[in-house]
Every structure is written in C-alpha cells, then in structure tokens.
Design a protein around this ligand. Structure first.
Ligand code: AMP
Length: 114
C-alpha cells in the first residue's frame, strides 16, 4: 500500500493544519511555507494526484466544484483580489501529489506573471 500523503493526513486529522474553510467535499488550510502575504491551499477530500487526472477520473463538474470552493474560501477570508494557481506536474513545481489550488493574495501590487 502506498503511504498516505501529507494532505490526506491533514484531512484525516492526523497532522495539524490551520483550517480556513471546510465543507463536505473540500478543506482549505494556510500554506505552511507561504510564498505570498496570504497563501491558502484548497484541497478536495477525494484524492487525485494531479488536476488533469482529476478531470479524467471525476469529470469537469468536480473541477468546477474545486474552483467554486476556492472562490468561497477567498470570500470567507475577506479576499477580493487574488491569484488561483494549480501546479500540474513536477516540472511545473508540483510537490504534493494530491490535487490542490493555491490562493495567493495580499501584495500591495502583484507582479505580472513571467
Ligand atoms: P505544490 O508545489 O503545488 O505541490 O504545493 C504544495 C504546497 O504545500 C507548498 O506550497 C507547501 O508549502 C505546502 N505544504 C506542504 N506541507 C504542508 C503542510 N503540512 N501544511 C500546509 N502546507 C503544506
């Protein structure tokens, strides 16, 4: 059996995290090593390794629900302007292979991408 990943352990209450949103299907937590003044992670409770595999296994409706949860998390945390980022694959910087959306916010002025 493959070892349980860090986000599954957080979902299962086995390791601590600062929860900022939760519903039946998603949790959102503060990133432990923030790369923006506000850095949250929105994590589906049904695990899939990467966003493209989530699409194949679960369909576009669940991807829409993930982004709906990200917007609800942003609103619940008083954010109006933010970045939603998904790293898909190690070559794009993905380190935790349990699909998640980064919410990044809080700059005075965000630098353009690129
Ligand atoms: P990614 O590189 O897209 O896979 O993003 C993984 C994110 O998870 C990184 O920003 C990490 O800082 C964050 N992270 C890893 N372990 C934890 C943890 N135990 N609690 C909160 N965030 C974590």
């Amino acid at each position: 059996m493959t070892e349980k990943g860090v986000f599954q352990k957080i979902i299962d209450g086995e390791i601590p995290a600062t929860k900022v949103y939760e519903d039946d299907d998603f949790i959102a937590i503060k990133d432990i090593a923030p790369k923006a003044p506000v850095h949250l992670l929105v994590i589906p409770k049904i695990p899939s390794p990467r966003l493209d595999e989530m699409l194949d296994a679960q369909g576009a409706g669940d991807i829409g629900a993930l982004f709906e949860a990200a917007i609800k998390t942003a609103r619940a945390n008083g954010l109006t302007d933010y970045r939603l980022v998904v790293n898909v694959g190690a070559g794009a910087g993905q380190e935790v292979f349990h699909t998640h959306v980064h919410i990044m916010a809080g700059w005075d002025e965000a630098a353009p991408l690129g």
